[in-house]
Ligand binder design. Sequence first.
Ligand SMILES: Nc1ncnc2c1ncn2[C@@H]1O[C@H](COP(=O)(O)OP(=O)(O)O)[C@@H](O)[C@H]1O
Ligand SMILES: [Mg+2]
Length: 282
Amino acid sequence: MTITASENTLSTAISTSPGDSARTRSGNIRFQDVRVTFSAANGDGVLVTDDFNLDIPSGQFLSIVGPSGCGKSTLLKVLSGLVPANAGTAHIDGLPAGRTRERIGFMFQRDTLLPWASVKDNINIGIELAHVAPDKAAERIKELIAFLKLSGFEHHMPHQLSGGMRQRVSLGRLLAYDPDIFLMDEPFGALDSQTKAAMGRELLRIWSHHRRTVVFVTHDIEEAVTLSDRIIVLSPRPSKIRLDIEIALERPRDARQLRKSPDYINYVDQIWREIDTSEKEE
Ligand SMILES: Nc1ncnc2c1ncn2[C@@H]1O[C@H](COP(=O)(O)OP(=O)(O)O)[C@@H](O)[C@H]1O
Ligand SMILES: [Mg+2]
């Protein structure tokens, strides 16, 4: 197999990952009988989910789809410890979710880049959080910038970049930080379809080398089928898992080729049917 320049850059970027030498990578997620309620402005309780159970094995790429407001973002926040479960537990490798914050990286639909910091400095935040040795930091930033095709834009500010480029920088920061678990909340949801497809390809390229656990929230069913090992479909609030399906499509996947595959079409169709049925039952 020939290794292209960018794959080579990526493997270097990963082999110098700060955490790998120090410990064995893992990222098993377990929700057990989780209940989350919020109090509404009028004093009523909003039950987001109750008796929610889900196991995600380390290294799995799992997507969550479901109607707006059903609790997808809340589940990610429970994992990161930002929202406490009112009952039940969320564990990462056997530890309560709030105690594993440093092992988790978040990416949102809107980039969370510092507007006054350059591309390089924004990626450097991830490097600093990961405690990369200062003599290795510059090299690592350079590798990530090359890998994410941002070379030449190191000193640009976020407002000088397109939406897709800003999300590449966010992804760069996430990779620089190198968490065990990637929590991605509609990360490409605001991008045009072409840029979204390109970002999906990048993410798969990273994931195929990295194999971190990914929990990916999306409205886009085709995107979910293209990327995931497994998809869960949630009902409207209080959210229950309506469908839990393994996506047994061969990897590496090519989005354009997949569209012609009967298996791919069946998965997309099955998920749509579940969502339609769920809406009709409302
Ligand atoms: N901090 C909060 N306080 C009160 N209600 C909230 C809070 N966060 C989310 N909610 C409510 O919880 C429900 C689930 O929200 P969310 O998880 O953001 O849904 P989704 O990401 O699936 O669109 C919604 O009804 C939302 O209004
Ligand atoms: Mg959300």
